[in-house]
Design a protein around this ligand. Sequence first.
Ligand SMILES: [Zn+2]
Length: 142
Amino acid sequence: MSSVIGEKKCSKCGGSMFYDFDCRTQEEYRMCSRCGFTQEWKLLRNEDGTAKLAEDGTWLWDYTETVGYGVVLLMPKSGVGCKYCLTGTLTGEERETVLQNLQAENMDSHSYAVLYAPESGTLTPLYGQMPGDYGEDEETAA
Ligand SMILES: [Zn+2]
């Protein structure tokens, strides 16, 4: 498997968007680590796994994008972190649960939560250090 992994500027919030591009299938997945905007290009496949073709012989694609309502990164001191995009406004109760998870003793200080309001484009840090604009992280990391 060969894929290209990198970061680009998020078109929604100007934050840093992670992408993973599969060179063989040309499928791609992108996710913003700040507002939670995701984009995904997947090949439409036949049951035997081969790509579905249009009448003119080109590959058929399934494109989905999801507007984010923020991102939560749970990074335990040991083990693998978990980053997930919020797909709606948090209720007060959900917000409490997120905060409790982030404040757990085994959590690393890199954990964070950001809320994003797609209508107004407003970013609200909920917990920890909110990721900076794309390209700024190196300067603020120190
Ligand atoms: Zn974004």
